[in-house]
Ligand binder design. Structure first.
Ligand SMILES: Cc1cc2nc3c(=O)[nH]c(=O)nc-3n(C[C@H](O)[C@H](O)[C@H](O)COP(=O)(O)OP(=O)(O)OC[C@H]3O[C@@H](n4cnc5c(N)ncnc54)[C@H](O)[C@@H]3O)c2cc1C
Length: 461
């Protein structure tokens, strides 16, 4: 288990991706790499099923391995636009902080893992899906036929909100290539500006402080940090924690543009020079190439509980899929790795004709910002007609917020406490009725473990 998997497991991200072993090493299908360019690529002996997976991240890797485990003769083609072996973006901060080497970000240890499983990993960009012909078209002109297709193209960083993001020294933190550029540029004492204060930005803060850089962080519009996963109290605590660690915070309204240097042009026209500016101002699902395919999209690709899109034989998984949301019953993009891995497995089972249903992903964030761990689960902001109990010790950076609907725990936030993570997730996801414990928890939220044990045992009896 890699270091980031250990950390994920510790915080209750149970499905940090693990290797699926193959039942076969069958080499009967023809490798796409041997096929000439600009023509239809043969991938399978006649009669064998052809599965094409777009993307080579955690969702596709899990899908490919699930398919191979169940069917030794099908053709599996996994198409990803990056040149690297499949890797985890989630591991990038650990690479940046020096906890792991680049190899440690790879989803599978062996470089020949996919070759051994006869999973064809093609490095190219998919430009178009022709759903009528059951074909995908790549930017190199190659065309792949499919019986079943899964789209797992993930997301990408949102455009920088200021002009000048194309200046040298301005980077995202999204790919291994970005990671290399950041590490090549910074050294202890380097001046780094981080534009953004969301989930990913906060993880980068941790890595940058470990590298001992002089860090400036641009807050969200409201002056808050992690406003999309934490309430004002929790966001305020994280901000003051960072400031106490020497981080300078600035508001977006104080920035006019990015100038060569790179430098930030401030509202008074002064220039502040940096060695590096990292842009982390949000993400978008990679869905543009689906135009004209007939596949229904919103924030992501709309999928049902079997991960099927509205078009026959086409499924979607991971960050690009807008699937069932456990808390609301509606559809949301939950751009976290455990959801991507679950999606990949379930989509694969259904592509093979099985019947697996996704119960819905629980919005769940565990964040370590320069040593201060904060979490949010489910309906963290509360629900209409619900009730909320809080316990706050601002001075010591400790906060618990519990949100109830009737006698169910439906959402929670913690700052500075890791002892409730598993219990909170369990109570919310298992929808354990709290009965009389709801009143007790309202008076003292620290009784969570007692409530969990009492009510779960009650149900077991
Ligand atoms: C810095 C950082 C830290 C993170 N930390 C966490 C964390 O702590 N916990 C957590 O749960 N999640 C975290 N995440 C999010 C997590 O990495 C994603 O949820 C996960 O990678 C989603 O997997 P995926 O397979 O859906 O997409 P991705 O991993 O994004 O993979 C998408 C794949 O599609 C390919 N692709 C895109 N477009 C095309 C195209 N047109 N043609 C061919 N290939 C294409 C890409 O090259 C890539 O191979 C973090 C992300 C980042 C960037």
């Amino acid at each position: 288990m890699g270091i980031f998997c250990k950390i994920a497991a510790m915080f209750g991200f149970g499905s940090c991706d693990k290797e699926e072993t193959s039942t076969t090493n069958d080499q009967s299908t023809k490798s796409a790499a041997q096929a000439p360019a600009s023509k239809a690529v043969e991938t399978a002996a006649s009669g064998s099923k052809k599965y094409v997976l777009i993307g080579a991240g955690p969702a596709s890797v899990r899908a490919a391995e699930t398919l191979r485990k169940a069917d030794s003769s099908c053709a599996i083609t996994m198409i990803g636009l990056e040149v690297e072996s499949p890797y985890s973006r989630m591991a990038l901060p650990y690479y940046l902080s020096g906890m792991i080497e680049e190899q440690g970000t790879h989803l599978r240890k062996s470089d020949v893992h996919f070759k051994d499983l006869n999973i064809d990993h093609v490095h190219a960009k998919v430009e178009k899906i022709d759903a009528e012909k059951n074909q995908v078209v790549l930017d190199n002109g190659d065309v792949y036929d499919y019986d079943k297709l899964m789209i797992a193209t993930g997301s990408r960083p949102a455009n920088c909100p200021f002009p000048g993001a194309d200046n040298t020294g301005v980077v995202n933190c999204w790919t291994i290539a970005d990671g290399r550029e950041i590490l090549d540029t910074i050294k202890p004492g380097s001046k780094v500006a981080l534009l953004g204060a969301g989930f990913i930005a906060c993880i980068i803060v941790e890595a940058m402080l470990k590298r001992k850089v002089d860090l400036t962080v641009m807050l969200g519009r409201t002056g808050q940090m992690v406003s999309r996963m934490m309430d004002e109290t929790a966001g305020g605590m994280i901000k003051s924690w960072c400031e106490a660690k020497g981080v300078t915070t600035i508001l977006p309204s104080s920035i006019k543009s990015i100038e060569p240097g790179p430098a930030l042009k401030r509202d008074d026209d002064s220039l502040t020079e940096f060695d590096l500016i990292i842009v982390a101002t949000g993400v978008y699902a990679n869905i543009e190439f689906l135009e004209g395919s007939g596949i229904e999209t919103d924030d992501g690709i709309i999928v049902d509980s079997a991960l099927r899109t509205n078009v026959d034989n086409i499924y979607a998984a991971g960050d690009v899929a807008q699937g069932v949301d456990f808390s609301t019953g509606g559809q949301s993009v939950h751009a976290i790795q455990p959801t991507a891995v679950d999606h990949g497995r379930i989509a694969a089972v259904n592509m093979m004709g099985g019947s697996a249903n996704y119960k819905g992903s629980l919005g769940m964030n565990v964040l370590d910002t320069a040593g201060l761990v904060s979490t949010s689960f489910g309906s963290w902001g509360g629900v209409e007609g619900g009730e909320t109990a809080t316990l706050l010790d601002e001075e010591n950076y400790k906060y618990v917020r519990l949100n109830f609907k009737d006698d169910l725990l439906v959402g929670a936030i913690t700052v500075g406490r890791t002892d409730y993570i598993g219990v909170m997730r369990g109570l919310i996801q298992s929808e354990v009725p709290l009965g009389e414990w709801k009143e007790k928890l309202t008076e003292d939220p620290t009784l969570l473990m007692n409530a969990y044990l009492a009510q779960s045992l009650d149900i077991a009896r």
